[in-house]
Design a protein around this ligand. Structure first.
Ligand code: HEC
Length: 155
């Protein structure tokens, strides 16, 4: 009887472990803090496109500049209503006309906790990190999209 019980316990933990490994394949980390590096932005132009627009979108031109823009998400994860994007979520926005490339990463931990744990980035043309911070400029304007966890563009 004892053996059977041990076996059941063993199988249970194997399944749990296997499921954890499966989750890692989709590349959203299970850790409580995700500190993005250059490598995490590689090939961002091949990610899931949320928006491609030749013009300024809604929001009355408040959005960066009025030039053409493309917005990508690394995995097409969406929070349920009133939930947050998972830690490790990365969104990149490229604006034509010299404005450049910005990104937001759900860093988690205690980082920028008053603003939903987002870290703000500027990237160069190859997706390498130029700067990263908890900029109050980015925080305050994106706070207008608080009901969708600071993300304006939904697919
Ligand atoms: C004055 C308001 C404003 C400021 C300041 C601002 N943003 Fe945005 N941002 C927007 C709006 C509005 C959108 C979505 C509309 C669009 O891009 O067409 C957006 C979109 C984005 C997106 C794509 C995801 C999304 O929310 O749709 C990223 C990434 C982004 N911004 C990063 C940044 C970073 C980094 C900074 C600071 C350097 C910043 N933003 C500052 C208004 C702002």
């Amino acid at each position: 009887m004892k053996i059977v019980r041990s076996l059941v316990v063993l199988i249970f933990f194997s399944v749990v472990l296997w499921n954890c490994q499966k989750k890692e394949e989709v590349n959203i980390t299970n850790t409580s803090e995700f500190i993005a590096q250059d490598v995490d932005f590689e090939n961002f132009r091949n990610w899931v496109k949320i928006i491609e627009s030749p013009n300024a979108l809604s929001n009355d031109g408040r959005a960066h500049t009025d030039a053409a823009r493309v917005i990508w998400i690394k995995q097409n994860t969406k929070p349920n209503p009133n939930e947050q994007y998972p830690i490790g979520t990365i969104l990149v926005k490229e604006v034509q006309g010299g404005y450049g490339i910005v990104a937001m990463v759900k860093r988690g931990g205690t980082y920028n906790a008053e603003h939903q744990y987002w870290e703000w980035f500027k990237l160069d043309n190859n997706g390498k990190i130029i700067s990263r911070n908890a900029s109050s400029l980015c925080n305050n304007c994106h706070a207008l999209a608080k009901s969708s966890d600071y993300v304006f563009s939904q697919k």
